[in-house]
Ligand binder design. Structure first.
Ligand code: HEM
Length: 430
């Protein structure tokens, strides 16, 4: 997401700073001014915002790393994302029950050693070597998107839904072997998952429908596709999942479908946000786009990482302390929630020279946009390749682009980015 406008955060008492309410993210973007103060004045800060259970906000890189690298003291199972209370509870499930018996058991809310066993089932598809083999196909997918835009001449469109969403979505569905006709379904399920707090995407606000119904719908589809691959194996990740075993036994269906679901939704939403928020960064810093156009091959790799640092599409994950301990001089009690704010760590003054400057040639750039430690983003190599291929073609083929209407940001504090971004764009023949 682009930098939020300077707010009143410098005048507000520390205990009144709100870094979690989804609506505020939609209105103001990421709360960079609040985080700047927390990093300077109280880097591990106890928050008791209205409507949420309390949590510690971890805002500096070193503390975030020490928590992420210590899953024995900070478990991922339990409250792994901060939602309001009562959360979007399924069928009357209480808030406590929803945290202890989550509707999905994925890598992100598992701990070692179980976490490693599940991660191994899919990790072979996302190594640098495996991903590099997909590059030629990714170029084709991306070329098709820019060719379609070229055919439309100068056009006004929604950069998020008509451009940014397509490339990462098509790449992950091809990896999974999901046919293109199902693209809209995958997109809807993903939007409902990450947009749980956004009125445009959430269901069940009338209390009649279960807001988590999309999980049941997704599982029904995953059941179909895994049954199909068990009958007729193919060269795709769905087949690998369908035939996976755990200690020689079939993988329990709930955990199998949760893992599948995670790869399906995490595999594109985040990259879409990096592309859309990346565009906002370039529009705010036209000199950086000129630099990229002038030396595309030389700068594309550092540009991709700077876009991830600057936009930080995954804003937070949370851990739960497994014992009483100390962090950043604070006494953390067993059971406390510890929220890791990646977007804050990525502007840490102790780590980055001029952290509030968007510089596509930034090097070194030890950002935590993909996390660190046990849960380091499984798709980081794929995401980097998606971004490199997208922005390389963008730099060469987009002759002009400007905003054509108001930007609408997603109401969410877990992930962040624009949900609608009207632009006027002209693309050349390439
Ligand atoms: C720019 C795009 C992306 C960003 C910013 C991003 C960010 C993240 C972050 C911050 C985490 C948590 C790391 C931690 O807890 O230390 C994560 C985990 C994960 N990401 Fe990504 N991600 C991106 C793209 C992708 C893609 C393309 C995939 C495709 C498979 C993917 C799949 C996953 C999975 C499966 C996990 C869970 C890993 C685990 O718990 O072991 N991500 N990602």
């Amino acid at each position: 997401m682009s930098d939020s406008p300077l707010s009143d955060a410098h005048r507000i008492p520390l205990n009144e700073l709100d870094v979690i309410t989804a609506r505020l993210y939609a209105e103001n973007g990421y709360p960079h001014e609040a985080w700047r103060r927390l990093r300077a004045e109280d880097p591990v800060h106890w928050c008791e915002p209205e409507g949420y259970r309390p949590f510690w906000a971890v805002t500096k890189q070193a503390d975030l790393i020490s928590v992420s690298k210590n899953p024995a003291d900070f478990r991922s199972a339990g409250r792994f994302i901060l939602f309001p209370v009562p959360p979007a509870a399924a069928d009357g499930q209480s808030a406590d029950d929803l945290i202890e018996n989550p509707p999905l058991r994925m890598l992100v809310n598992m701990d070692p050693p179980e976490h490693r066993d599940y991660r191994k089932m899919v990790s072979g598809w996302f190594t640098p070597r495996a991903v590099t083999k997909l590059e030629a196909r990714l170029e084709e997918i991306t070329t098709e998107i820019f060719d379609d835009l070229h055919a439309r001449g100068e056009v006004e469109c929604d950069f998020v839904t008509e451009i940014a969403a397509l490339q990462p979505l098509r790449m992950i569905t091809e990896i999974l072997g999901i046919p293109r006709e199902q693209e809209d379904f995958v997109l809807r399920v993903t939007n409902e998952n990450f947009g749980l707090e956004d009125p445009e995407f959430q269901r069940g606000t009338d209390g009649k429908e279960n807001p988590l119904a999309f999980i049941t719908e997704a599982f029904a589809y995953l059941n179909e596709i895994t049954e199909d691959r068990r009958r007729t194996p193919r060269e795709d990740l769905s087949t690998v999942l369908a035939l996976a075993t755990l200690d020689g036994e079939p993988v329990p269906q709930f955990e199998l479908f949760s893992l599948y679901f995670l790869v399906m939704v995490a595999g594109h939403d985040t990259t879409r946000n990096a592309i859309s928020s990346g565009l906002l960064a370039f529009l705010d810093h036209p000199g950086e786009l000129e630099k990229l156009r002038a030396d595309t091959d030389g700068l594309i790799a550092t540009a991709a990482d700077e876009i991830v640092r600057w936009t930080t599409p995954v804003n937070h994950f949370s851990r739960t302390a497994t014992r009483d301990l100390e962090l950043g001089g604070k006494k953390i009690r067993e059971g406390d929630s510890v929220a890791l704010f990646y977007a804050s760590a990525n502007r840490d003054e102790d780590v980055y020279e001029d952290p509030f400057a968007f510089r596509i040639d930034r090097s070194p750039n030890p950002h935590l946009g993909f996390g660190i430690g046990e849960h380091y983003c499984l798709g980081a190599h794929l995401a980097r390749m998606d971004l490199r291929v997208f922005w390389r073609q963008f730099a060469r083929r987009v002759d002009s682009i400007e905003l054509a209407g108001p930007v609408q940001l997603l109401a969410a504090s877990f992930v962040g980015g624009p949900k609608h971004l009207p632009v006027r764009i002209r693309v050349n023949a390439g």
